[in-house]
Design a protein around this ligand. Structure first.
Ligand SMILES: [Zn+2]
Length: 71
């Protein structure tokens, strides 16, 4: 809201950008931005993904193990 160059006024900038939970990419007003909300241990967790592909890949890898795997 303090960005004079923004026509949209969204609150996404470098300081507030979410990182893709799968590939770690910063998500800046991406049209393919996906947010997945799930409840773990009684708390709502939000996971952000840069695309449906990353969301799917993350879900598949997580179904096997809780440990994140590096390629
Ligand atoms: Zn991603």
């Amino acid at each position: 809201m303090v960005d004079p160059t923004s026509d949209i006024g969204e609150d996404a900038d470098e300081s507030t950008a979410q990182e893709c939970a799968n590939c770690g990419e910063k998500i800046l007003q991406s049209p393919t931005h996906r947010v997945v909300t799930r409840v773990e241990d009684g708390e709502a967790r939000h996971r952000h993904f840069c695309s449906d592909e990353c969301r799917a890949a993350y879900g598949e890898s997580r179904s096997e193990s809780d440990e994140p795997t590096d390629e």
